[in-house]
Design a protein around this ligand. Sequence first.
Ligand SMILES: C[S@@+](CC[C@H](N)C(=O)[O-])C[C@H]1O[C@@H](n2cnc3c(N)ncnc32)[C@H](O)[C@@H]1O
Length: 252
Amino acid sequence: MKRWIYFAYGVGCYLLFMAVYNYMAVFVGNLVPAGWRDSVKTIDSGAGPLTAFAVAWDVALLGLFAVQHSVMARPAFKRAWTRIVPQEIERSTYVLASSLVTVVVMALWRPIDMIVWDVANPSARALGWTLFAMGWAMVPLVSLLINHFDLFGLRQVWLHLRGREYTALPFHEPLLYSRVRHPLYIGWAIAFWATPTMTVGHLLFAGVLTLYMVVAAMIEERDLVAHFGDVYEGYQRRVPMFLPRLRAVEED
Ligand SMILES: C[S@@+](CC[C@H](N)C(=O)[O-])C[C@H]1O[C@@H](n2cnc3c(N)ncnc32)[C@H](O)[C@@H]1O
């Protein structure tokens, strides 16, 4: 019975994350039909002036997101945390906490409507939207490369349901991972930055989260070196963090 409860909990956390992820794309892209703009919150919905308070408020919300994400992902936190939360549902609980914090950030977000750029050319606008769609598609696709189901806690509850021991995933460098070490974060950055109309609020969101991902990647790599040892250190020497090397430059 307990196995089924854990499994249902894991699936529930996963489905909640998927719903939040889809709403986040709507939120960041302001993808709300005209008639619904008063009732569905987006990054730019409602008039919001540029004030020091609005900037501080939004940065504090993003700080909350960063702290939850990074602290709960650390091995030391997990060791302490799993004295309270069963090991099998630790990852699902992380996914649940991340989803709830993301909902809080979006719900309490204060839009700052001053325009930074607004592309007029229709082809350039279409290019902006194409990049936006690519970014939001890239995140789940890249997660499939390393192991989507482990990342979101489903593998853990599935193995438990089948009465099998959890095994940590091996190091690998499939497709994009052979060009850059953090393609998932590249996907997020594209999703946040690609827009034909950029407001100060949206710029703050994209800028702070991009900065956070750079710091998060450095912290994550310390754990990956501790976990995979020489293999990951060799990977660090061969493969750049975020920007792929151009072959022509490599051969020079
Ligand atoms: C949220 S994912 C982000 C992965 C990476 N930072 C990126 O942007 O693509 C974090 C987890 O992916 C796993 N991971 C990252 N790189 C990996 C690799 N090359 N091989 C296996 N697992 C990896 C680690 O377990 C890490 O905790």
